[in-house]
Write a protein of this length. Structure first.
Length: 415
């Protein structure tokens, strides 16, 4: 019966695998989660203040304050992501350790099962008559056989349970590692945004020097941008008319949701066509050839659909055309433009998927404030034209016949 006792000891060892985590580990996890919750509340508070600032009158001091808030918010976001990555690291280490322990327990149980089976095989070979001749009683023979059979079943069940647990732990580890890669990617993305904000903050500091911190001079610069914007739009409309008419037979029928939003937090500031804003004198009364989204500098801008980067413009000067922009040609007859970016993260000819980050929002070009200008073209009508700004800077810009400009809201999801 000593064999039966040893097998029961093996069974008892399996209980350790289900023991709860130590109090120290639990306290550490709670501390990390508390830190995460605290940072999130700080980000929410900054976001509320940022929204208030962006709705206030456009002044030099408000522009500086808005950038300061954006930088603070991104720094908090980067801190949050770093903490979350640390949290996932701890989870991965814990899961990996548990998997190793589980494997060791499985090996022990397999040995116990083998021992039980050998005992049963010996009894089968020995037979009832031999056992009785050896001095065993009939009752003891059956008691031992029943006990070993029961142990064998229990161990088999336990091995199946532990094998299942091992598989689940392996899956959890893969999920945690995948999540960590996502967070690491997000951290890199946020770092890039922070660099963009720091660059813009530096530009605003230079603006303070240019204006000598005088509001009147700042407003004069805003007026200069507006004048350049009006001249650009007027030239664009004239050139579009000169192109005649685009072949739109390959353009897909309007369908809401055919394109995805190019920005996560959607807030339209200007729609397509002859809006009230356009009629008031903006764009020389010619209408708006795209839609505008509110977007803080450094906000990730995403491709609205999979396609190929047809062209990019990395060069940008003050008060000149679209600033930094990306043009993506899709496979369904549509082409999309993303303008006034602070930085670009793709290259000409690169394939992009729907939702891939292609750049970061900014206020380059004639923009009087940070935003994303988004245009949808009939691909067949897109061409490029050389445009010289008042500063003397010349750049190529995408252009199409008037009917080649399509209303983005007919293809974007319903708000």
């Amino acid at each position: 019966m000593h064999r039966i006792a040893s097998v029961f000891i093996v069974l008892l060892l399996s209980v350790a695998i289900f023991a709860p985590a130590s109090m120290v580990v639990a306290q550490d996890a709670n501390a990390i989660q508390a830190q995460i919750d605290k940072i999130r509340k700080e980000i929410e508070a900054l976001q509320k203040e940022l929204k208030t600032t962006t709705t206030q009158k456009q002044t030099l001091q408000n522009a500086i304050k808005e950038l300061d808030l954006q930088i603070q918010k991104l720094q908090k976001s980067i801190s949050l992501t770093s903490t979350q990555i640390g949290q996932k690291d701890k989870e991965i280490v814990t899961i990996g350790s548990t998997i190793l322990t589980t494997e060791e327990k499985i090996d022990l149980h397999e040995s116990g099962v083998a021992e039980s089976l050998r005992e049963l095989d010996t009894m089968d070979e020995k037979g009832l008559a031999a056992a009785l001749l050896g001095g065993a009683t009939l009752a003891s023979f059956f008691d031992e056989a029943v006990a070993l059979g029961s142990i064998r079943d229990d161990l088999g069940t336990k091995i199946r349970e532990l094998s299942s647990l091992k598989e689940n732990l392996a899956k959890n580890k893969n999920v945690a590692e995948s999540k960590r890669k996502e967070l690491a990617s997000l951290q890199s993305q946020l770092s890039t945004q922070r660099k963009g904000l720091a660059t813009t903050r530096s530009s605003q500091t230079e603006l303070l020097k240019e204006t000598q911190n005088k509001e009147a001079q700042y407003q004069a610069l805003i007026a200069q941008k507006q004048a350049e914007q009006s001249a650009f739009e007027s030239a664009l409309v004239k050139a579009a008319r000169d192109l005649g008419s685009a072949d739109t037979t390959g353009v897909p029928s309007p369908y809401r949701g055919l394109l995805n939003w190019p920005i996560d937090n959607v807030f339209l500031t200007q729609t397509f066509g002859n809006t009230d804003f356009a009629a008031s004198g903006a764009y020389n009364g010619q209408g708006h050839n795209g839609v505008d989204f509110r977007a803080s500098i450094g906000t990730p801008i995403k491709s609205a659909l999979s396609g190929t980067v047809q062209e990019v413009n990395q060069g940008a000067v003050k008060y000149c055309q679209y600033g930094k922009w990306v043009l993506v040609r899709h496979n369904n007859g549509l082409t999309t433009l993303y303008a006034h970016l602070s930085s670009i993260s793709v290259t000409k000819g690169q394939a992009v998927g729907s939702g891939d980050v292609i750049g970061y929002a900014g206020d380059t070009g004639y923009a009087t404030g940070p935003h994303l200008h988004f245009t949808v073209y009939a691909s067949s009508g897109v061409t490029f034209k050389s445009y010289t700004c008042n500063s003397g800077y010349t750049a190529y810009i995408p252009i199409a016949p008037l009917n080649g400009y399509l209303n983005p809201m007919q293809y974007l999801p319903t708000l």
